[in-house]
Design a protein around this ligand. Sequence first.
Ligand code: B16
Ligand code: MG
Length: 230
Amino acid sequence: MQELYYLCPMNALKACIFDLDGVIVDTAHFHFLAWKRLTDELDIPFTTEDNEHLKGVSRVDSLHFLLRLAGKTLTPEAFEDALKRKNEWFLAHISTMTPADALAGIPAFLAELKSTGMRIALGSASKNARLILERIQLTHYFEVLIDGNQIEKAKPAPDVFLKGAEGLQLACHDCLVFEDGIAGIEAAHHAQMKAIGIGRQDVLHMADYVMPDFQGFTVGKLQDIWREMH
Ligand code: B16
Ligand code: MG
């Protein structure tokens, strides 16, 4: 038994795959403001609590969810038009973002990760991910950038994280995901990856570890957590 243990050592952590909204930056509020403007126009009741269900959910699936809330349907043309307008309003908010909008502790943690040689990728549902990373000037940390433009099946399907591992040319079990959304944690698990939830324990209880944010987080702590996960 002992011998077997040494023959099959725990695999070293080789890469971190980051979700964007809710992990690196808080764009959820901007998504909410844009959806709220649309739902007000369409006479759909929509609250900040409903918005929780849209975290990590693609733009198209979000609109389906909102229409279901009110039992409404739109013609294909009106549906496309609604998506377009919501995105224009969202982009207007994004254009005000600066590097100060990166979430607390993230720039320092990314810098430390990079200095240790850890591979870094992005796995976001957002079609605006590149633009957002550029606004907060963190693009250079990401060796591989997978976003909503490159995937057909949105989270909780594993595609975004599988493509991330593929882009890094690593096995899934060598990668760890940071996620704030329930759908994203499910996606990581469907990809056979461990996931650290960023947010509340009661919401993200299915994650392999949960922490509120990256403040004071270090690569040393990450390695301890990785060891405890195995
Ligand atoms: P877009 P993430 C997700 O980002 C957001 O959490 C979700 O609310 C949004 O609907 C989705 O991106 C699509 O965004 O409209 O910009 O394509 O958490 O996967 O980084
Ligand atoms: Mg997210």
